[in-house]
Design a binder for this molecule. Structure first.
Ligand code: TXA
Ligand code: MG
Length: 351
């Protein structure tokens, strides 16, 4: 039975054991909301075919209803129940098959034509729908034990950082949802890449856990509408923002920013952190953060939200952040930093 008061009051935070996954699957079947780990970030799951449960997702997240959700599946056959694949052009079908064979399960979301049976709340009224087959065993077991299509946005209030740990979900959504399945820290630490295959040619709407290089190696060049524009309905400029005001710099410019004890400095690598420290003779390094040791965009992506959560908790007045290189998952990092900054790179050394 759909419940409007999904989990109101008490949230059970449970380790992701077999029994607890079964209990969580039953809760989703009953129309309740469950936060669960995926390999990217924690999702807030509801039965994709239960409009009352979907309405709760929007309410709990305070998310505008025009911002569509991703449907998570755990069997290839479930795709047909959500998408009318007959509407995909033969050329795009080939592309889609290659992507699915090579990159699913994994951090890649495909925008495909929607079946009319899929509630409009899932797709924000669009005639397309986002589908993803997550790789995380807990996510897969949950979907296999419950409804075969689980709509799940990231389990954070709208506009705030995505959660990479069960604690982040609890801090933001405690008392508002039924269950949080704790599966530890997520592997990628950044959301899935969203790829639209409904147009003339494939287009990246959101950079994420699958790199452009991985996609292009399979299907050739793809366009990317860097979501500074409004490519994806959810790609608002101020998305993924920490509470602390963030200013974004190029690697060269951040080195010129004055050192201050009330600010947090977020460097891409340990190398630039060290360079900054030496240049400014910073007596303390505790407000200088680095996302990776030398140059590893995946490792840096995995630490991005986690570090921003930490900096928020430490209550610095500002964050001065350095762009990542534009390769691998660096694009995904930069997209989120642009949005957190609410603007493109801050010119000059001011902030
Ligand atoms: O890694 C992820 O993708 C995580 C985990 C939980 O799977 N989920 C996630 O969901 O990031 P969410 O709701 O925070 O982001 C979904 C993005 C939004 O930018 C939304 O606008 C876009 O996908 N999207 C969903 N359906 C779409 C559609 N039909 N057309 C274009 N963009 C769509
Ligand atoms: Mg989100």
């Amino acid at each position: 039975m759909p419940q409007k008061d999904s989990g109101a009051g008490i949230t059970r935070i449970m380790p992701a054991t077999v029994e607890n996954i079964a209990a969580a699957a039953a809760a989703i079947t009953e129309g309740r909301l469950v936060a669960f780990p995926t390999e990217t970030v924690y999702g807030l799951g509801a039965d994709a075919f239960n409009p009352a449960a979907l309405a709760c997702v929007f309410e709990v997240k305070n998310r505008p209803s025009f911002d569509p959700l991703i449907v998570h599946i755990a069997a290839y056959g479930a795709l047909e129940k959500i998408s009318n694949l007959a509407l995909v052009s033969p050329q795009n079908r080939v592309i889609m098959q290659k992507l699915i064979e090579n990159l699913w399960p994994g951090p890649l979301t495909l925008i495909v034509p929607k079946r009319p049976e899929v509630p409009g709340l899932v797709s924000g009224g669009l005639n397309t729908v986002a589908v993803r087959f997550p790789a995380h065993p807990v996510a897969r077991q949950l979907i296999q034990a419950g409804p075969p299509a689980v709509a799940a946005p990231s389990a954070n209030p709208f506009g705030y950082l995505s959660p990479t740990r069960a604690e982040h979900v609890a801090e933001q959504l405690n008392g508002k949802i039924d269950i949080i399945l704790d599966g530890g820290k997520t592997e990628f630490g950044i959301e899935s890449t969203v790829l639209d295959i409904c147009g003339d040619s494939p287009r990246i709407l959101r950079h994420g856990g699958t790199s452009v290089e991985q996609i292009e190696a399979l299907i050739g060049p793809v366009a990317a509408s860097l979501s500074l524009g409004n490519a994806s309905p959810g790609c608002l400029l101020s998305h993924y923002a920490p509470l602390t005001k963030l200013y974004l710099y190029t690697p060269r410019e951040i080195q010129k920013v004055q050192w201050n004890t009330n600010a947090a400095y977020l460097f891409y690598s340990e190398l630039s952190r060290r360079e900054y420290r030496e240049r400014h003779g910073a007596p303390s390094a505790e407000n200088l953060f680095a996302l990776c040791s030398t140059d590893n965009t995946s490792a840096a992506a995995a630490r991005l939200f986690d570090t921003l959560h930490l900096i928020d908790a430490l209550k610095y007045a500002f964050i001065y952040a350095e762009c990542a290189p534009a390769n691998g998952l660096g694009n995904a990092i930069n997209e989120r930093l642009y949005k957190a900054a609410g603007s493109v790179i801050t010119a000059g050394g001011t902030g």
